[in-house]
Write a protein that binds this ligand. Structure first.
Ligand SMILES: Cc1cc2nc3c(=O)[nH]c(=O)nc-3n(C[C@H](O)[C@H](O)[C@H](O)COP(=O)(O)OP(=O)(O)OC[C@H]3O[C@@H](n4cnc5c(N)ncnc54)[C@H](O)[C@@H]3O)c2cc1C
Length: 301
């Protein structure tokens, strides 16, 4: 099968690109493995017009909207290889699908490193979070904890003070510098130095943090500062340049990555990591791709 565009990833960025490409009558295949980054969360916050929508409902509705566009095909599979071939790319998927495409859009997203804390899994996305812009607002007036090794937890705790009054920094038995300790004091933030034994709660709601020694700490929420990695190594294997943060670099004029014909959108560029931005970047990449194809076919300069 031959396509104008292969879209790798069906989160907000890939879905948004598919919508614009469908409206441009472009023949596009969207392949998605289905591990959107926010699926463990109950609600998308900060998305104008869709505030509080559940991430899985958002994806279902977007897919439904795309069904109006007959030139767009969706497949629930992982793209395992993309090989440049002249002006085109050959691609291979885990379900055996293969084909040729003129352009590639990588909207493959990131994966988060969860702190290694016993009991975190059922709480993650509900009362344990990493993004203050996404979930900070809901914790005003509630007791919360900032988790991070060394000075990272202290820095996070200080920033959190803007969102919520009752913050305790937890460094899980790691060293915190004298400077960071002084700053915590200045902002009236207690520091718990002891290693954490576990997080306890029910129905996704954190109730308390249990330490290996010392009293338990009742908390309604915990924010952490760890890190995240690219969800796919396709950009690396294609030879796309990455910046110091590990984001795939794109040309602001053409929206292309450093490999001609390859575009990126959403978290993969590690810019602002929000659904609204991923949607915008998907649309922007789709317009750039369509312009490239119009130019190729002599419809514009
Ligand atoms: C717990 C949590 C809560 C969040 N809450 C909010 C919030 O409230 N508001 C907000 O604005 N943002 C929130 N975010 C951030 C938001 O989830 C991301 O910014 C957004 O999902 C980025 O969209 P994306 O399309 O770039 O990537 P994703 O949504 O991660 O989608 C990428 C898709 O590509 C697929 N994929 C990867 N590699 C391949 C491959 N080789 N082949 C096929 N498919 C592949 C993945 O499986 C995934 O389905 C949250 C994030 C987390 C972790």
């Amino acid at each position: 099968m031959k396509f104008d565009v292969l879209i790798v990833g069906g989160g907000p960025a890939g879905l948004s690109a598919a919508l614009i490409l469908g409206r441009c009558h472009r023949k596009a295949l969207l392949c998605d493995e289905g591990h959107q980054r926010n699926l463990s969360s109950h609600a998308i916050h900060g998305l104008l017009g869709r505030e509080g929508r559940s991430p899985s409902v958002f994806v279902d509705e977007a897919r439904q909207e795309l069904s109006l566009y007959k030139s767009i095909s969706l497949r629930g599979t992982r793209v395992t290889d993309i090989i440049p071939s002249g002006d085109e790319f050959k691609f291979v998927c885990a379900d055996g699908t293969t084909g040729l495409t003129s352009k590639v859009l990588l909207a493959t997203g990131l994966v988060d490193e969860l702190p290694e804390l016993a009991g975190i899994e059922p709480l993650y996305g509900v009362s344990v979070h990493h993004c203050l812009y996404c979930d900070g607002f809901e914790y005003a007036g509630k007791p919360v904890a900032a988790f991070g090794k060394g000075d990272k937890g202290a820095e996070l705790a200080i920033m959190m003070k803007h969102w919520m009054a009752d913050v305790v920094a937890c460094c899980d038995g790691t060293e915190v510098s004298t400077k960071a300790k002084r700053k915590l004091k200045e902002h009236d933030i207690p520091l718990r130095l002891e290693p954490i034994e576990s997080l306890e709660g029910t129905n996704g709601e954190l109730a308390k943090i249990v330490f290996r020694s010392g009293p338990d700490l009742p908390r309604a929420g915990l924010f952490f500062s760890t890190g995240c990695d690219q969800a796919s190594d396709l950009s690396k294997r294609l030879g796309c340049k990455r910046d110091a943060k590990g984001g795939v670099v794109k040309d602001p004029d053409t929206e292309e990555a450093s490999v001609r014909g390859v575009y990126v959108a959403g978290d993969v560029s590690r810019d602002v990591l929000l659904v609204a931005v991923a949607i915008a970047e998907g649309a922007q990449a789709a317009v750039a791709i369509n312009k490239g194809l119009l130019r190729r076919d002599g419809y514009c300069e």
